[in-house]
Write a protein that binds this ligand. Structure first.
Ligand SMILES: [Zn+2]
Length: 66
């Protein structure tokens, strides 16, 4: 059980959150969510980058997913 002194929700101005949002990067080939990253919500389009996928054992395109 969590300590009752701890707040249940992070304050909205939590310093580590800033104006960034959490996203996962999923392999386009097998769909595995291999990476976590953050991005600015104002950024246009989906994040896309070539990353190593441990399931495919190759470098594949990874796209942002929620
Ligand atoms: Zn893969």
């Amino acid at each position: 059980m969590l300590s009752p002194e701890l707040p249940l929700r992070l304050p909205e101005n939590h310093p580590t959150m800033g104006d960034r949002i959490d996203v996962s990067l999923a392999c386009e080939v097998c769909g595995s969510r291999n990476y976590r990253t953050t991005r600015k919500p104002t950024q246009q389009g989906q994040l896309k980058m070539k990353k190593h996928c441990p399931k495919c054992k190759a470098h594949t395109m990874h796209t942002e997913t929620k």
